[in-house]
Design a protein around this ligand. Sequence first.
Ligand code: HEC
Ligand SMILES: [Cu+2]
Length: 480
Amino acid sequence: MVRAASEILHTRRSPSFRRIRGFTMGLLPSAEKDSPTNSETTFVPESSRAIPVSNTSESPTRRSGRRSLVALAILGGILALAALGCDANAHQSTFGVNGPVAREQLLLFNVLLWTMVAVFVLVEGALLYAAIRYRRKPGDPLPPQTHGHTPLEIAWTIIPTILILGLGIWSVVVLFKLEPGEAIALAKEQGKEPLYIEAVGHQWWWEFRYEDAYPDHDPSKPAEEQMELITTANEMRIPVDRPVIMTLKSDDVIHSFWIPKLAGKQDVVPTRANQMWFLAEDAGMYYGQCAEFCGTAHAQMKFRVHAMPEAEYKAWVDGWGGDLAEPMSPEAARGRLVFLGDGQCVTCHTVGTADQVNEVGEGVQHARMQTYIAYTQWLSKRAEERLEDVRTGNEPPTAFAAPNLTDLADRTTIGSGLVDLNRETLRQWLRNPDDIKPGNRMSELAAIYQTRLDHRADLSEEQLSDLVEYLMAQRHLPVQ
Ligand code: HEC
Ligand SMILES: [Cu+2]
């Protein structure tokens, strides 16, 4: 090794090396740069020649020792950084789990990981030990040659087979436990009904639909009052200790639904309805995130799950879409008019109702999404054809899917979990949503952002204030 290092050092001192060195340091006069026939003495300045020579005062072994120390330090740094991701208290940690689903998944992960670590340490350890202990020294004769060792061969075939079969079978068993059937069985055991929620992924926000938000029906009520229909966005409320079965749909591209502390990821695929379930044991807020790259604002497609005691949850369900917690102020009432009028907010947003089912049996949001698809297809037509459509009144309608704002002020965030909801952030959002969430579909499509060169809303400051008051009045729960 010492010899090899000194050889490297020797080549480094060769004229060609010095030529390259001079070149990279920008010391070469430009005329000489292109001339391969130049002898080093003609252009390498004394100062640069001195550098490799002075380096030889340090022994090559010490230098390579220092290099491997640096490499070790970098590797250690990377590992330490990676280990930071293991903090169970982090917002989106899969280590701080809650409920049976996430716990089962974490157990599987841990057993797989530590079994593999044990195998790795044993195998690599034996390898390293043999390589070092039985290393060939100069003059050593050829060691005795063996061909096959039956007990050993049997052992290293059987042990991995048992390991892989065992872990494989267990993985499949866990997979079955993640099926909604398990949730239904668990609910039955508890003497309850599971809660079904539909999550629809949109670029770049989440819609949550509850077709029957309080599944344990009160038999004294008439049948039509039993179904509690709720449509909300980006913040989901669930009761604790009740299995929740999610049906996952997409209106555009593939998303992935992930609440790290409650359950692993599940893809959200257009034209499919995937299912998954989880159960929150502790009340509190759980962070969610789209986990499949789905376009510009993918990383900003977050959501929240509020798990609450059954009674609190029921109060939310009962209050949803009903009377406001406080009567609207005059400003808020004016804001309602901006919402319906100059702001044209109502072309996309709903306030005050669940999305009623339309004539064809599909929700308003869904109908709006179909409109969006038709409109974007229309946009891809040739400009002359589109001009002709506009002239003849054949332009398709422009009303698109957007978060239902009925319970906006009961939520804690806007922009799909991006910033805390308060009067300032709301105002900023309305003035120009791009300031908070670049690439969002609201500023891309809403008419009020298309008329000014700075892409700000074409609304007066007063109209913005009124809108903020109106939206902040959309509260049904008492303020905590
Ligand atoms: C072209 C359709 C469209 C119009 C018109 C529109 N919005 Fe939006 N709005 C959206 C979309 C889409 C989002 C979701 C953006 C995101 O998070 O990526 C959104 C988000 C919001 C949010 C945040 C909701 C949340 O939970 O994160 C608020 C508040 C809002 N809009 C208010 C308004 C108001 C007030 C108006 C009228 C001035 C308006 N919007 C006009 C499409 C629209
Ligand atoms: Cu997504």
